[in-house]
Design a protein around this ligand. Structure first.
Ligand code: COA
Length: 179
């Protein structure tokens, strides 16, 4: 059976798997037009429920997914984690993150993504880790750069958008973390 992973808690955040009762919080975040402005559309409540289900399939099938992130007091902050994606037909692990609008700009995505990077280093290194980003999503790109990623490719898989692929080779603990 595949082992299910969780990043270590950080100074302000802890990770856990999403459950059905997170729907209220997830639907509020994923339904917010401002937060989802780089997606085709904000998610409806039923699409948010499907998102949670999809993550539960990923935890079981891949051992990882986007985990719910919350403060140590249990305040919902968003999600962050590791999923399989692809660019130009190449499957890659990606670090992903979404932070609720009121809590954006406080360093939470960078803090959470760093914990995911450490998990990757511990469990899968050496490996390529990516962040596949809408070309105008500056905040997301900045998070990727804070991790040590740089622009490695452009994804042409979709006819309507060329996405920016940020990436880095993650080395095991006893080696340098950049490519
Ligand atoms: C991307 C996102 C997760 C970043 O979360 P966050 O907790 O605000 O990120 P941080 O506070 O760690 O900030 C990361 C950087 O983005 C910058 N930033 C934050 N909001 C920004 C905005 N609206 N426009 C431009 N830059 C912004 C910050 O200044 C920071 O850069 P700096 O360190 O150079 O100052 C958040 O903006 C979000 O949820 N966006 C919507 C979902 C999304 O697009 N996810 C990524 C999919 S690829």
């Amino acid at each position: 059976m595949i082992s299910r992973l969780l990043p270590q808690p950080t100074a302000r955040l802890r990770f856990r798997e999403m459950v059905e009762t997170d729907l209220e919080d997830m639907a509020r975040m994923l339904g917010d037009p401002e937060t989802m402005r780089f997606y085709p559309a904000p998610k409806t409540r039923s699409e948010s429920a499907a998102w949670i289900e999809r993550m539960q399939e990923r935890y079981a099938g891949d051992g990882h997914g986007l985990w719910l992130i919350e403060t140590h007091d249990g305040e919902f902050i968003g999600d962050c984690g590791i999923t399989w994606q692809s660019y130009n037909d190449t499957p890659v692990r990606e670090v992903g993150y979404h932070v609720t609008r009121e809590r954006q700009g406080s360093g939470y995505a960078t803090e959470a993504a760093r914990a995911c990077l450490e998990l990757i280093r511990q469990e899968y290194a050496p490996t390529l880790l990516t962040a596949i980003i809408h070309p105008e999503n500056t905040a997301s790109r900045r998070v990727a750069e804070h991790l040590g990623m740089s622009h490695i490719a452009d994804d042409h898989a979709h006819p309507w958008i060329v996405r920016t692929v940020m990436g880095m080779i993650v080395h095991p603990l006893d080696q340098s973390s950049t490519a």
